[in-house]
Design a protein around this ligand. Structure first.
Ligand code: PMP
Length: 358
């Protein structure tokens, strides 16, 4: 007999997450360049702090995350009272949708917007709305044209994933200014550390009432497996988000690891420096091979091929060489491959493999 138990409308429109590939049959240790992880791993100081925290695993963790918020505030010159920590920035996106969007409301993002925007919007019972991009760039005019009095949240990743493109601060300010008064603009800064001179939108959060910035420890800090992210928002918004946050959402181990990681400023600066150098080498190498590639502002590059068939063939060829990259089909870019910037020897391996592709 068919079940009479039904999820709320919208839930079945969420596709089950397939998960990225991390193994290749017959390859003991594939080179994984598919999830924009830090190829150098976490800071040794973070590893030591997590090991130290293990003996306290019988204790419930801090519920206000005061020590981690204080460390983030100190390092990034933020107000600790305006920070909220979550299980990855994924969870902050989820809190925002839970708290600010519901049935009848719209959540707006762009064609290649990060997958969690849609999942969280539908989970909250809201309607996802997708605005077009222009030349793989977020188009502020298209977003402004599509924002209605039903729009509650607008999500932009800057730099964006999977395009690695960046839109200027002036455009972000124009968007924040032009949106309806009831609408929050969320600047997703998952890759902000990799863009020199960009504050992830902090200055806009500090001068406006309708802007929220999200950040993560998963990328530059090499802690994707730990699941820690945070939001920076006006105090009233943080107070609202804290109401939908579970009191013990972050483990003591995660809190200790993230705090040590953010305080290890030399280590992350070095990772960012090497990334910038290697990103330029990878981009240049791709272009030399006649493969289209926009300037990247993140820790990955988007390689554009003639068509989907070529991208699929290159993807298969790289896998045969033990290299896993991301075919961003689900982002609607089937003619592309997204390649995480690895260690220098990893990037040389990718370029050598592409050179030998026939
Ligand atoms: N935003 C963007 C644009 C991302 O690419 C990612 C990770 N893939 C996230 C947010 C979420 O990252 P996390 O939950 O690990 O902080």
């Amino acid at each position: 007999m068919a079940t009479q138990i039904r999820p709320q409308p919208g839930i079945l429109d969420i596709a089950l997450y397939q998960g990225g590939q991390s193994q290749i049959e017959g390859q003991a240790e594939p080179l994984k360049l598919s999830s924009n992880e830090n190829p150098f791993g976490p800071s040794p100081a973070a590893v030591a702090a997590m090991q130290g925290a293990l003996t306290q695993a019988h204790r419930y963790p801090s519920t206000d995350h005061a020590a981690l918020r204080a460390a983030i505030a100190e390092v990034y010159d933020l107000d600790a009272d305006r920070i909220i920590c979550g299980v990855g920035s994924d969870e902050i996106i989820h809190f925002l949708c839970q708290a600010y969007a519901g049935p009848g409301d719209e959540v707006l993002y762009t064609t290649h917007g990060f997958g969690m925007y849609r999942i969280s919007a539908l989970a909250a019972g809201a309607t996802p709305v997708v605005a077009p991009e222009r030349e793989r760039m977020v188009d502020v005019d298209a977003l402004l044209a599509m924002a209605t009095d039903k729009t509650r949240l607008v999500f932009i990743a800057n730099p964006a994933n999977p395009t690695a493109t960046l839109i200027p601060m002036a455009d972000l300010a124009r968007l924040a200014e032009g949106l309806p008064k009831v609408c929050l603009l969320i600047l997703d800064g998952a890759y902000a550390e990799f863009t020199e001179g960009y504050d992830g939108g902090k200055s806009l959060v500090e001068t406006r009432e309708n802007v929220v910035m999200t950040r993560t420890f998963s990328k530059a800090y090499g802690l994707g497996g730990l699941r820690v992210g945070y939001g920076y928002a006006p105090k009233e918004i943080v107070d609202v988000l804290n109401r939908v946050r579970g009191p013990f959402n972050l483990s003591g181990i995660a809190l200790a690891g993230a705090e040590a990681a953010v305080r290890d400023t030399d280590w992350v600066a070095e990772c960012i420096r090497v990334n910038a150098e290697e990103r330029a080498r990878l981009t240049g190498g791709l272009r030399q091979l006649g493969i289209g590639c926009d300037d990247s502002h993140a820790n990955f590059v988007l390689a554009r091929f003639a068509d989907e068939a070529e991208a699929v063939a290159v993807d298969a060829y790289l896998k045969a060489q033990g290299i896993i990259v991301r075919h961003p089909r689900s982002y609607g870019m089937p003619q592309c491959l997204r390649i995480t910037v690895g260690r220098p020897e990893d990037n040389s391996r990718v370029l050598d493999a592409l050179r030998s592709f026939k």
